[in-house]
Ligand binder design. Structure first.
Ligand SMILES: [Zn+2]
Length: 282
């Protein structure tokens, strides 16, 4: 599961509610300004470029990659340490993972497998940059991204669905490319859902690493949706698809029973639909 290695921290609820649900004027201003500067990777919170030309400009302002917590800048890392905690917020999420990664690793050398997983992450990152998504977690061969309303505004569901639509198209294109050897074709499955989630800081057992993670039944739901999706598919909960302003009447609907989730979940199916798509059991 997404957050098993970390312990959730409580506190500073009002501050974190403002950050994730409403938007903190200081942080939102930084995110807007910093995303205009070139350079990757970026701080996961304020979007400050940590590499390239933008990273160089940032270092002139004493903002650089945190040594303790390298996916954040030193300023944001200091903020996480000073204000541990989180809040419950409605948030849109996408989980994307590689189908049959065991088979993929068997068909390729370890080095080639690492390159393919890295390539999949790069493709996903590019889509997230275009749709304002934030990566909350990279884990093995999956990516968990979020669109908090405090970062991206009220259209968070629409942005998450757009990201899934783009990912479906991109991976379909890559896999139909004849120059791409069969052995190195990467099939992904995705889940998209908006739900009430506790988002906040976490620490590892030693109390050293402060990152941001998400907790709650809806986080599990999106992970289950991703595993229920066939190769090349994105499953978007019906409610999320509607709040994204999309019309589901012309789409394929699938009713799912997901492990650990009470009742049936109705999801819109994006992409896939090929006879040879293999269904993976979770
Ligand atoms: Zn930062």
């Amino acid at each position: 599961m997404v957050t098993s290695d970390y312990e959730r921290q409580d506190g500073n609820e009002e501050l974190w509610y403002q950050v994730f649900a409403k938007g903190h004027p200081l942080l939102a201003g930084k995110q807007r300004r910093f995303s205009l500067l070139p350079g990757n990777p970026r701080c996961k919170l304020c979007m400050a470029p940590l590499g390239g030309m933008g990273g160089w400009l940032m270092r002139l302002r004493h903002i650089s990659r945190s040594e303790r917590n390298p996916t954040y800048c030193n300023t944001c890392d200091g903020f996480l340490e000073a204000f541990p905690g989180g809040a419950e917020v409605p948030i849109s999420m996408m989980m994307i993972d590689i189908r049959d990664s065991v088979g993929l690793s068997a068909r390729n050398s370890p080095r080639e497998f690492a390159r393919l997983v890295g390539g999949m992450r790069e493709d996903v990152m590019e889509i997230l940059r275009k749709t304002d998504g934030f990566v909350l977690e990279f884990q093995g061969d999956s990516v968990f991204a979020v669109w908090p309303p405090g970062f991206v505004g009220e259209t968070h569901a629409s942005k998450a669905v757009t990201a899934a639509e783009e990912a479906v198209q991109r991976f379909a294109r890559l896999n139909s490319d004849a120059s791409n050897a069969d052995a190195s074709k990467v099939a992904v499955g995705m889940g998209v859902h908006t739900g009430q989630v506790f988002v906040g800081t976490v620490c590892a057992a030693a109390g050293r690493l402060n990152g941001i993670s998400a907790f709650g039944l809806d986080v599990n739901l999106v992970a289950r949706l991703a595993s229920a999706a066939s190769a090349g598919e994105a499953l978007v909960t019906h409610s999320t698809y509607s709040s994204a302003g999309r019309d589901a009447s012309a789409s394929e609907l699938r009713v799912l029973e997901l492990k650990g989730i009470e009742g049936e979940v109705s999801a819109v199916v994006l992409g896939g639909g090929t006879a040879e798509a293999t269904h993976q059991s979770p």
